[in-house]
Ligand binder design. Structure first.
Ligand code: PEP
Ligand code: MG
Length: 367
């Protein structure tokens, strides 16, 4: 059972008095959310909803959705997923008890949800009452040479609006139910992944606002919510002023931003990157610590451009770097509002944020 006690809890209390940045956690399961709170997280900064889709009870409906070639077919499958998603968010809102919860809509390429082996594909075909040849053709249609640069993130939301509609409905229904149950409405922060163009956020945001209106009309009540975006592509950083016009917040996805800035696959980086670090070509692994000349420079550009449009635009980071002390120092120097990291790194992040605030504020802050 994770818990902070004794001298460690006292130390954390001091750190909390000093730090300026909030510390949130990346969490999607009730267990992670619970752990995050026990370690002092002040909200969820990233709930990766795709993890919820792999649950054995729902993967069938997910695959049915993916294999459907008509919008009607996809909507039928998504209707089966709605109660699961609603229950997921209800539970997270309950555990987080009014703290902010940032929910990221579906991000990975759809073929990640399909089995690779032919026997397994045949089983899926069987369960869906489809013939194997059709299944294989559809799976082939979905396969991509470079999936991480492919049909994922908001590109899914743009091309299959019904997916994000289902997720938005689940979020709003859960938020309304929580408000009715507890008398206190959570303020969901809905986050769109992989935005590179303002229009992508405009389109997906419009879908979300439409669903919100419908759910509020059905429930006879309204709740507050935010719609923001991950900033994880160089183009998003360079056009952040335009994107900020339609975003309530930005969260830097520095895993993808590192991948796309270096043109270096995050999944294969281990193959030669250690050699680069050993030879001093790179001072550190950029997937662990923010590279100030690349990703760091882009974060600063995005901050300046975003806040030139909205002076109080809320800014956070939710890549792995959010739990790395040197990167947290960088986030403080840029003026981000919060860092979000894995639940077990929350105490480290609280300390690092305090240290960063001390060095940023000079000696008077230590008094
Ligand atoms: C990121 O890209 O930094 C991020 C937080 O999202 P994910 O790791 O899920 O791509
Ligand atoms: Mg990402």
């Amino acid at each position: 059972e994770p818990k902070l006690s004794g001298d460690f809890a006292t130390l954390m209390g001091w750190a909390d008095k000093i730090r300026r940045m909030k510390v949130r956690a990346n969490a999607e399961t009730p267990l992670d959310a619970d752990t995050a709170r026990k370690f002092g997280a002040e909200g969820i900064g990233l709930c990766r909803t795709e993890h919820m889709f792999f649950d054995p009870e729902r993967i069938g409906a997910v695959r049915q959705m993916i294999m459907s070639e008509t919008e009607g077919g996809r909507r039928d499958a998504l209707a089966k997923l709605l109660p699961f998603q609603r229950a997921d968010f209800l539970e997270l809102f309950r555990i987080m008890a009014g703290l902010p919860v940032t929910i990221r809509l579906l991000d990975p390429p759809l073929h990640e949800f399909l089995p690779h082996r032919e026997e397994e594909l045949a089983e899926v075909a069987d369960s869906l009452g489809a013939d194997l040849a059709t299944m294989k053709r559809r799976a082939l249609d979905l396969s991509e040479a470079n999936p991480m640069l492919g049909h994922r993130g908001c590109r899914l939301g743009v091309t299959y609006p019904e997916i994000y509609e289902m997720q938005a409905r689940a979020i709003f229904e859960a938020a309304v139910a929580t408000a009715k149950e507890t008398g206190k409405a959570p303020v969901p922060e809905i986050m769109i992944p992989l935005v590179g163009m303002k229009k992508e956020l405009e389109l997906t945001r419009a879908q979300i606002d439409k669903v919100a209106k419908a759910v509020f009309a059905e429930a006879g009540t309204t709740i507050e919510y935010l719609v923001g975006t991950m900033i994880e592509l160089p183009r998003a950083c360079l056009t952040a002023d335009r994107i900020a016009e339609v975003a309530d917040f930005f969260s830097f996805g520095t895993n993808d931003l590192t991948q796309t800035t270096f043109g270096l696959s995050r999944d294969d980086a281990g193959k030669f990157l250690p050699y680069y670090v050993e030879k001093g070509i790179l001072p550190k692994d950029p997937f662990v610590s923010i590279d100030p000349d690349g990703v760091g420079a882009l974060v600063e550009i995005a901050k300046d451009k975003g806040r030139s449009v909205k002076a109080d635009l809320k800014l956070g980071i939710c890549g792995e770097h959010g739990g790395d002390p040197a990167s947290i120092q960088f986030c403080e120097s840029v003026g981000l509002d919060y860092v979000s990291c894995s639940p077990y790194r929350v105490p480290v992040a609280r300390l690092a944020a305090a240290q960063a605030a001390l060095s940023a504020g000079g000696s008077d802050r230590t008094a």
